[in-house]
Ligand binder design. Structure first.
Ligand code: FAD
Ligand code: FES
Length: 269
């Protein structure tokens, strides 16, 4: 029998089965990809908006054969992707990139630090820790600009009930908010006080990740136990075109998740 060979650049079909509005400019696309794929938390796919182009988008959900991507509208491709409806079909290729090192965090306390849309690639980490009945604690430090900017609002309560220590903060005081205020990186020292032998995964705007690395270092954390996820504009997604290159590193192939002590040298932080 002839085997069908699919080139890494050839998209497969993804059928949108649901669209969940997260914020004014962000949706979660629920889809079925055929043939079915089994990505890992931290990896990404290239989503093709017909006649417009492709964007790298992380997996924000990967349970039971259903794939989810949370997309924020910033430009041409993401405007199309955030306007999709159930039944629409898009092109999809992947999974690409290095996942979060879940095994490094096994049976250890995990501090997850998320800023804004950076919560998206960390959501499957939370799911996996809950589903796997993880022995170590999971502490989620999640910051947003304002209360309406939090993603997965309903799930945040469910995660808390499932044993995740969820600590939210918004940048500045807001009339509808009685919780913490200040940048998410300010929550790191307190989380470290009670965490045992922790590992940390961090994703958010680049400046937030840079500050987070500094705070972990100042608090005495070994930076070989901290990982961040970098973002660069991508074309091929698998290390062939050099578009995402920073010095010797291809973000798509060597990352997007990197160990903090290694990324510092690459970015000159
Ligand atoms: C590994 C990886 C994972 C990602 N995961 C997600 C995700 O889960 N959800 C999500 O909404 N977005 C994610 N992104 C970002 C997403 O790829 C870009 O926002 C998207 O490609 C923008 O395309 P556009 O055509 O809509 O915007 P464009 O019209 O190309 O650009 C709009 C603006 O965004 C800037 N921009 C575009 N792409 C990037 C980029 N990759 N990094 C920094 N600035 C950029 C442009 O310079 C411009 O200012 C991820 C990016 C990478 C590399
Ligand atoms: S996007 Fe082509 S090498 Fe990274």
């Amino acid at each position: 029998m002839m085997e069908t060979v699919t080139h890494k650049l050839t998209p497969v079909k993804a059928v949108i089965t649901d669209v969940i509005k997260e914020t004014e400019d962000t949706v979660t696309l629920v889809m079925r990809v055929s043939p079915q794929k089994t990505p890992e938390p931290g990896q990404f796919a290239m989503l093709y908006a017909p006649l417009v182009g492709e964007s790298a988008i992380s997996f924000s959900g990967i349970r039971d054969g259903v794939i989810e991507h949370t997309v924020r509208r910033v430009g041409k491709v993401t405007t199309v992707l955030t306007s999709l409806s159930p039944g629409d079909v898009i092109g999809w290729r992947g999974p690409y990139g290095k996942p979060w090192p879940m095994s490094e965090a096994r049976a250890r306390d995990l501090i997850v630090v998320a800023g804004g849309i950076g919560m998206a690639p960390l959501r499957p980490v939370i799911h996996k820790r809950i589903d796997g009945g993880e022995a170590g604690r999971t502490i989620l430090l999640y910051g947003a600009r304002s209360p309406d900017q939090f993603l997965y609002k309903k799930e945040l309560r469910e995660w808390q009930e499932a044993g995740v220590d969820v600590r939210l903060t918004i940048d500045k005081p807001h009339p509808s908010w009685s919780g913490r205020t200040g940048f998410v990186t300010e929550l790191i020292p307190k989380a470290l006080e009670t965490a045992k032998d922790p590992v940390a995964f961090v994703c958010g705007p680049e400046i937030m990740m840079k500050v987070a690395i500094g705070v972990f270092e100042k608090s005495g954390m070994d930076l070989s136990r901290v990982w961040v996820s970098l973002e660069r504009k991508m074309r091929c997604g698998f290390g062939s075109c050099g578009y995402c290159q920073i010095g010797p590193v291809f973000v798509c192939r060597h990352g997007p998740t990197f160990r903090a002590d290694e990324v510092r040298g690459v970015l000159g932080w």
